[in-house]
Design a protein around this ligand. Structure first.
Ligand SMILES: Nc1nc2c(ncn2[C@@H]2O[C@H](COP(=O)(O)OP(=O)(O)O)[C@@H](O)[C@H]2O)c(=O)[nH]1
Ligand SMILES: [Mg+2]
Length: 202
């Protein structure tokens, strides 16, 4: 089964994108697999609405995060099973030295194991430096590691917010040569383009 991974800094909108994208693809409810630190895992079923109220948070580092779910991706008249993975906890909140090295190796292995990488950057925060979701070192690392993948795209999120256009310009400058889709995870904008991109790469 092909794996599509949502990657990016904390609070950029990974979880909201995952849930709303699944709903956009026609899912009524989500079977979400939570993997815990001690190695156990649990499946829980949510309606899309409940998933948002339970799993999306304005506070960074929400502890109970989506890990993965499988879904039937609509492909023309048929469909194909794919696994969507949220990387919460992998690269959110990077701290110096050992933590950075750990994060780099985790980033590398997740990229290696994925067929598609959707790298979310907060366009609203891209020109700001002080927000947890501001563009940072980890974004350059991801782009560097992931650019060899055919299925690598940057999603410039929160385009519904004032100032996001400026941020999008900066993202395009910094990551020129990459596929970039402006989106709003909140209002499901730009999803058609993302769907076409994913379909082309699975
Ligand atoms: N205005 C706006 N807010 C968003 C958008 N996407 C996410 N958010 C908000 O950003 C915060 C973090 O979202 P979340 O999905 O939990 O981020 P994650 O840490 O990357 O998983 C929440 O308060 C969301 O409601 C968007 O497209 N537009
Ligand atoms: Mg999250």
């Amino acid at each position: 089964m092909k794996q599509c991974t949502i990657i990016g800094k904390t609070n950029v909108g990974k979880t909201l994108f995952l849930i709303n994208f699944a709903e956009y693809l026609g899912l009524k409810s989500l079977d979400i697999n939570f993997a815990f630190n001690e190695g156990s895992e649990k499946f829980k079923n949510f309606s899309c609405k409940n998933a948002i109220s339970n799993l999306v948070d304005e506070n960074p580092h929400k502890t109970r995060c989506i890990q993965s779910m499988t879904l039937d991706f609509p492909m023309g008249k048929g469909k194909k099973k794919i696994k969507l993975v949220d990387t919460a906890g992998f690269i959110d909140g990077i701290h110096p030295d050992l933590e950075v090295r750990k994060a780099i190796s985790q980033t590398l292995s997740i990229i290696r194991d994925s067929d598609i990488i959707l790298h979310i950057i907060d366009a609203y925060a891209a020109k700001k430096q002080d927000l947890p979701s501001s563009m940072g070192e980890v974004d350059y690392q991801i782009a560097q590691f992931a650019q060899l993948k055919r299925g690598y795209a940057i999603l410039a999120n929160k385009m519904d917010l004032a100032g996001a256009e400026e941020g999008l310009k900066k993202i395009k400058e910094e990551f020129s040569g990459h596929v970039i889709f402006p989106i709003s995870a909140l209002y499901k904008r730009g999803f058609k383009e993302v769907k076409t991109f994913v379909a082309r790469n699975i």
